[in-house]
Design a protein around this ligand. Structure first.
Ligand code: DOR
Ligand code: ZN
Length: 347
């Protein structure tokens, strides 16, 4: 049987939620990840360093005692964010990024930023203190076609941010388009992107396969097959500007299967195995480790994890659902096979 040993992977963009939900999400994530960058879009959002560190402790309280898992935190930027909060966050080695959600762009982004230019003084401080700017890169103008919102964000905002703050480290999160791949590939040093497993595996036809498929609805939306192929090429190219961020985003079943369903796909139960499938299919398994275990840490200026995990090419069936905060959570590939498995996986 084919096996592959890689440095323990990290996930540079994950939603774990809070309270009871952590029993499921933190258990899954800590099962195979060394570190994860935890997104701050709780309700209310994590807008202070103090709140981020308290949230981090609640996550740790839900991880098995022997787990090597280290949550790293991101601050949620709002129109009211202050220089003090940026500096305090940067002072903690446990807070490594500030997240820019354009107001209304996605789940729990109502408190996000309405006027990006007004944050420029904060970006200048982040540049100075070395706090990474993590961006949900979609415009929110309802007149812009929803499939074009990433491209418009790059043109209307990202180019200017990257040019105005030449030392600011910027991550364009969960990219979905060939346009974003091209932008990141040719951007200056210090500009990178995360890519999810679901955007590598699905295209927009998967939203409407035999009817509407709410469990494939996420933001940014799945795009065309040509975009998916551009993402696979970027991820599998051993280009350190592209690294793994799952954007695993749990919602209770009834929140997804609803007249106005929530955006988010849950992959934390099988994130690294899904990546192994993608790299195996592309015949670049030898590059999986760079994408999942090295490039993100290098970008954030952190050491590689020192232990490893072993994957085997042995198919397993994903459960139909997981228990999630007294609700059902329908995971990616529910009831279907994933073709790689972490040895001794037991989620
Ligand atoms: O699909 C998504 N779900 N995209 C996001 O940007 C947020 C996430 C969530 O928090 O549910
Ligand atoms: Zn996200």
């Amino acid at each position: 049987m084919e096996t592959l040993q890689i440095t323990r992977p990290d996930d540079w963009h994950i939603h774990l939620r809070d309270d009871d939900a952590l029993r499921t999400t933190a258990t899954h994530a800590s099962h195979y990840l060394g570190r994860a960058l935890i997104m701050p879009n709780l309700q209310p959002p994590v807008t202070t360093a103090e709140a981020a560190l308290a949230y981090r402790q609640r996550i740790l309280d839900n991880c098995p005692a022997a787990s090597p898992f280290t949550p790293l935190m991101a601050l949620y930027l709002t129109d009211q964010s202050s220089p003090d909060e940026i500096r305090q966050s940067a002072d903690s080695d446990k807070i490594i990024a500030a997240k820019l959600y354009p107001a209304g762009a996605t789940t729990h982004s109502q408190s996000g930023v309405k006027d990006i230019q007004r944050l420029y003084p904060l970006f200048a401080i982040m540049e100075e203190v070395g706090l990474v700017l993590s961006i949900h890169g979609e415009v929110t103008d309802p007149s812009v076609d929803i499939f074009d919102r990433e491209k418009r964000f790059i043109d209307d905002h990202l180019r200017a941010i990257v040019d105005t703050f030449p030392q600011l480290r910027v991550v364009l999160e969960h990219i979905t388009t060939a346009t974003a791949v091209d932008f990141i590939s040719s951007a200056r040093r210090g500009v990178a992107a995360t890519i999810t497993a679901h955007h590598l595996l699905l295209n927009r036809n998967d939203l409407f396969r035999g009817g509407i498929c709410p469990h494939n609805y996420c933001l940014p939306l799945l795009k065309r097959e040509a975009d998916r192929c551009a993402l696979v090429n970027a991820a599998c190219a051993a280009n350190p500007r592209f690294f793994y961020g799952s954007d695993s985003a749990p919602h209770p079943r009834q929140g997804k299967e609803s007249a106005c369903g929530c955006a988010g796909i849950y992959t934390a139960h099988a994130g690294i195995e899904l990546c192994a499938e993608i790299f195996s299919e592309a015949e670049t398994l030898d590059r999986l480790e760079g994408f999942c275990s090295h490039f993100g840490a290098d970008f954030y200026g952190l050491p590689h994890n020192t232990d490893s995990i072993t994957l085997t090419a042995s198919p397993w069936s994903v459960p139909d659902c997981y228990e999630y905060s007294h609700n059902d959570l329908i995971p990616f590939r529910a009831g279907q096979k994933v073709s790689w498995k972490i040895q001794e996986a037991s989620v």
